[in-house]
Design a protein around this ligand. Structure first.
Ligand code: C2E
Ligand code: CA
Ligand code: CA
Length: 325
């Protein structure tokens, strides 16, 4: 039966069962319990109200998973997680206006791994706050050491929902800003649109506290979530990023054109800058520029790259522009 709290709220109770059968002669008391736990994990993965009985082949799967988890924890402490940077171009002028930091795992044997190899595991392990904090620290460090980066209008860092809800986020950001003497307004945090649709006081307060530090916010993957548009007006948001899925079909797909131009119109109306993500062709860039989209990001200009290469990229593009002007 549901539990009834004093506030009147009902809490539904559910259960999953994991079991293991062992021969009566089995002497080791730990193993059967461990096996039942592994079965319980399987049962939970199938949803509430399920049960599972241990099968032998799950043991090696379990051990492999534990070793991948340990490897990721080691990577966090060995600083194998590093930021790559992708430039963001001002549509009107072609200059490098900003860049986005994207996590990479510099794996000792497998080479440089993209986030889809490790973020799902990090999320499952609930270590996204640590991973995001490490990235924020590394990016701040990079900015502090390379004055060229300060010539950009902004540097974006991705923030997971777990990190956004962390109590220590604002104080960590405040002390890092002071420690690295980073100009106000240079740093921008990207949060996914889905997050702001949670109409909770905590999200609003946290976003406003971040805004009060001078840090800007942008809404990532815009168009894929269910944000109540009226909420945007009340949040310190300076950019929307049109999701790549709407950019892909430009300029031939009528519905993508319609969605992209409505997002442009809305952003203009609200006085919010717009970045289009995943721009891969000249035709997409031209169409977006004609629609007055402010910034473009995508493989057409550059893929994410390590720090030394992005510094070169910024220097070269600034030089080219000085020559032109
Ligand atoms: P995102 O924030 O939407 O980042 C954009 C992704 O699109 C990046 O993938 C980027 O490399 C890729 N991309 C950019 N331009 C193009 C293009 O023209 N074509 C194609 N096909 N792809 C393009 P990446 O680096 O693999 O990152 C994937 C996702 O992982 C990111 O999506 C973000 O959600 C997450 N992520 C990456 N780094 C971090 C991090 O430090 N913290 C958190 N919380 N999430 C991160
Ligand atoms: Ca992003
Ligand atoms: Ca995105």
């Amino acid at each position: 039966k549901p539990l009834r709290l004093p506030s009147g709220k009902n809490i539904e109770i559910s259960a999953c069962i994991g079991g293991a059968t062992v021969p009566a002669s089995f002497k080791d008391a730990v193993n059967p319990v461990r096996r039942a736990e592994i079965a319980l994990e399987k049962a939970k993965a199938n949803g509430t109200g399920c049960y599972a009985i241990f099968e032998d082949q799950w043991l090696s799967e379990y051990q492999q998973k534990r070793s991948r988890e340990q490897e990721l924890l080691d990577a966090l402490s060995n600083k194998e997680l590093i930021p790559y940077y992708q430039p963001i171009i001002e549509a009107k002028t072609g200059r490098v206006a900003g860049m986005e930091a994207l996590a990479r795992w510099n794996h000792p044997t497998k080479g440089v791994l993209a986030p889809f190899h490790f973020l799902p595991l990090a999320t499952e392990m609930r270590i996204m706050p640590q991973l995001d904090e490490l990235m924020i620290r590394r990016v701040f460090n990079d900015i502090g050491q390379h004055p060229q980066i300060k010539s950009l209008t902004w540097i974006a860092i991705n923030l997971s929902s777990e990190q956004l809800f962390s109590n220590s986020l604002v104080s960590m950001l405040r002390s890092l800003l002071a420690e690295h003497e980073i100009p106000k307004n240079l740093v921008e945090l990207e949060i996914v649109e889905e997050l702001i649709s949670h109409d909770t006081r905590i999200v609003t307060e946290q976003l406003q506290a971040i805004g009060a530090l001078g840090i800007k916010l942008s809404i990532d993957d815009f168009g894929t979530g269910y944000s109540s548009l009226s909420r945007l007006k009340h949040l310190p948001v300076s950019k929307l990023k049109i999701d790549k899925s709407f950019v892909d079909g430009l300029p031939s797909d009528d519905s993508d054109c319609c969605i992209a131009s409505s997002i442009v119109g809305m952003a203009k109306g609200l006085g919010i800058n717009l970045v289009a993500e995943g721009v891969e062709t000249q035709e997409q860039a031209r169409w977006l520029t004609d629609q007055a989209c402010d910034y473009l990001q995508g493989y057409l200009y550059a893929k994410p790259m390590p720090l030394d290469q992005i510094i070169d990229f910024i220097n070269k593009s600034n030089k080219k522009r000085t020559k032109i002007s």
